[in-house]
Design a protein around this ligand. Structure first.
Ligand code: PHI
Ligand code: ZN
Length: 329
């Protein structure tokens, strides 16, 4: 492609945006950089954008609010521009209406779909940047980076941004329950990312093989392989992971309930980091992984960049690996 039409488009976009955006938002907005960034720097740009959105909308991005709508519009715009096929699924929650955003690669085998999901809603008390701007921004950028590579996947990739997780996994439950049985059978795997930049980070992968022997049993067949792939990535990044039980506290719950293999990573919420964990991962023993969990202080300052970077590396590796083949060889 010659650079002339690209420049013209960028100039037109900038001009159009300047008309509608307040000056403060323009200054920090990633969408107005001359050269959009890639990788974890771009993930951080998305987080800043979500923070700005909350700031302009009563300090939160809770499902059913204008801050949620603006978050969805932002992410959808990025994916549309990169050539994904996006759709919005409406559903009721808490007496109102809210939405899931679904984005598919145009290519890939529609009978073998590998899904990556994150909840996009915050609680009402804060901007929800670690919970779960991090998971949303990380899978968004993994999708954009994959698309920029120009490869056609063997399996179709589907990225889901769930609404109303904080109201009880409402969006992901609605998606799975309304999916016709034949469509369910085409979903080879579901990978979930909820809180992947906790400020006093732990490194957890969902315990697909029940090797920990605690709480819920193993996930559907294939879950153990997902756990292994993510464990290998985190170990390589210098952060050997522990298991976290498949207890249904995030959006993978509805998927494992219908027998779809699942996995994901997590850096900890309100629980306390043990001395052994602080020894292994650094950080502060006796303190919460995320002391701002579900509070107004869950801002861009509530994110550990190294944890975000390591989890983003695990996500991009899973996208690349499962685009080609699931489970991994
Ligand atoms: N979904 C919870 C926090 C949470 C995230 C718990 C991941 C467990 C796991 I694995 C919330 O959004 O509050
Ligand atoms: Zn939450």
């Amino acid at each position: 492609m010659s650079d002339r039409p690209m420049l013209a488009t960028a100039a037109a976009l900038a001009a159009a945006a300047a008309l509608v955006l307040p000056t403060a938002a323009v200054a920090e907005s990633s969408t107005h950089r001359a050269t959009p960034r890639a990788g974890v720097l771009a993930v951080q740009d998305h987080l800043q954008e979500l923070q700005n959105i909350a700031g302009a909308n009563n300090g939160n991005r809770a499902s059913g609010t204008p801050g949620y709508q603006a978050s969805l519009d932002y992410i959808r715009g990025q994916l549309d521009q990169a050539g994904f096929t996006t759709s919005v699924q409406e559903f009721p929650s808490m007496g109102g209406t809210t939405y899931n955003l679904i984005a598919d690669t145009p290519g890939g085998d529609a009978n073998n779909v590998v899904m990556f999901g994150a909840h996009l809603d915050s609680v009402g008390d804060g901007p929800g940047i670690n919970d779960n701007g991090t998971g949303s921004a990380a899978i968004l950028q993994a999708a954009l980076d994959y698309a920029a590579g120009g490869e056609t996947p063997t399996n179709k990739l589907r990225f889901a941004f769930w609404g109303a997780e904080e109201e009880g996994l409402v969006g992901s439950t609605h998606y799975v329950e309304t999916l016709p049985e034949a469509e369910r059978g085409k979903i080879a795997a579901y990978l979930n990312f909820d809180m992947v930049g906790s400020p006093n980070a732990g490194y957890f992968t969902y315990d697909g093989d029940d090797s920990d022997g605690v709480g819920a049993g193993p996930g559907p067949e294939g879950s153990a392989q997902i756990e292994k792939l993510l464990n290998d990535s985190l170990a390589q990044a210098g952060a050997p992971a522990e298991g976290t039980d498949f207890d249904g506290r995030s959006d993978y719950g509805p998927f494992i309930e219908v027998g779809i293999p699942a996995g994901g990573t997590f850096t900890g919420a309100e629980e306390t980091k043990s001395p052994e964990q602080a020894e292994k991962w650094g950080g502060r023993a006796g303190e919460a992984f995320d002391a701002c969990y579900h509070q107004s202080c869950d801002t861009v300052d509530n994110v550990d960049t190294q944890a975000l970077e390591r989890n983003f590396a695990a996500i991009t590796n899973a996208v690349k690996t499962y685009a080609a083949q699931f489970p991994q060889p």
